[in-house]
Design a binder for this molecule. Sequence first.
Ligand code: TXA
Ligand code: MG
Length: 318
Amino acid sequence: MSIIGTDISLAKKTLENEDLVAIPTETVYGLAANGLISEAVAKIFAAKNRPTFDPLILHTHRLDEVKKYAPSIPAALQVLAEKFWPGPLTLLLEKNELVPDLVTSGLPTVAFRIPNHPLTLTLLQQLSFPIAAPSANPFGYISPTTAQHVDNQLGDRVQYILDGGACTVGVESTIVGIEDEKVVVYRLGGLSIEAIEAVIGKVEVKSHSSSNPKAPGMLESHYAPRKPMLLGKVEDLLITHATKKVGVLSFQKNYLNTSSNLVLSPTGDTLEAAANLFSYMRLLDSQDIDIILAEELPEAELGRAINDRLRRAAAPSH
Ligand code: TXA
Ligand code: MG
């Protein structure tokens, strides 16, 4: 058990002390440390059991701060920053020497994000450094969307949990960078492709290549519950697995009419579905069932990011 509360000055002191604080954001909770001090950042990798080849995102509260560590921002990314920050958007930018190699796993780029959560923005305004923060879950497991999720899994490894309530977006940020002067999306997330393309035109999506060394965190099996999860047509899966105790994670329809079928959004709202996704996966994981059956959403808006998480959660290597 960690200390959970809304004391921003305690969170600030703890971070200044080079210890870990879990922070709320609109996407998922982050496990934060002073992003300029390697010794502090190393505590994040240790607490999560995260391999150091998987780089971290730096968080701050304004674009001017970002420029201290990534002075040249390509024009298209600057447009996105101005339009969508604070928000569920992470930009890959060329870093300067102030950013420790441990943060970027030795890559020449650093990931930056201005999160949209009032408590965390207030905290960031009071700090003299950006904070490095991956999602506050053990490596490979489902990301946390409440303070309680963090406490359940990392409570003994984090000094303080800043409680900002349930995350409103519910899936991680969309990660965007530049390759050969073209805008590329490396991770589908809480900012939809449609929203990005409405501002800067067509972009390329490269989030599915699990072998892509540019995004080491994009492992095929990730965001996964401990129970096996199968993705497909729920009616068919129910027949194939009729002898097992099954749980169902569906989009709009309740196939079982029991509490073992969690429905992401009865009205078909992908925003609502995203906000429920990870906590429903956790709920099913904690039930007395053998297997979780899940279905994909229509491949549009936040349905894309949700499908991406479902596919990784169901990936066989886990
Ligand atoms: O919404 C979010 O982005 C949350 C909240 C806490 O901000 N954070 C998050 O962090 O999801 P994490 O560590 O779980 O995922 C960060 C991913 C890495 O796995 C990696 O794929 C990518 O960001 N990344 C970070 N730095 C990168 C870099 N320099 N080049 C390529 N990919 C990078
Ligand atoms: Mg993560």
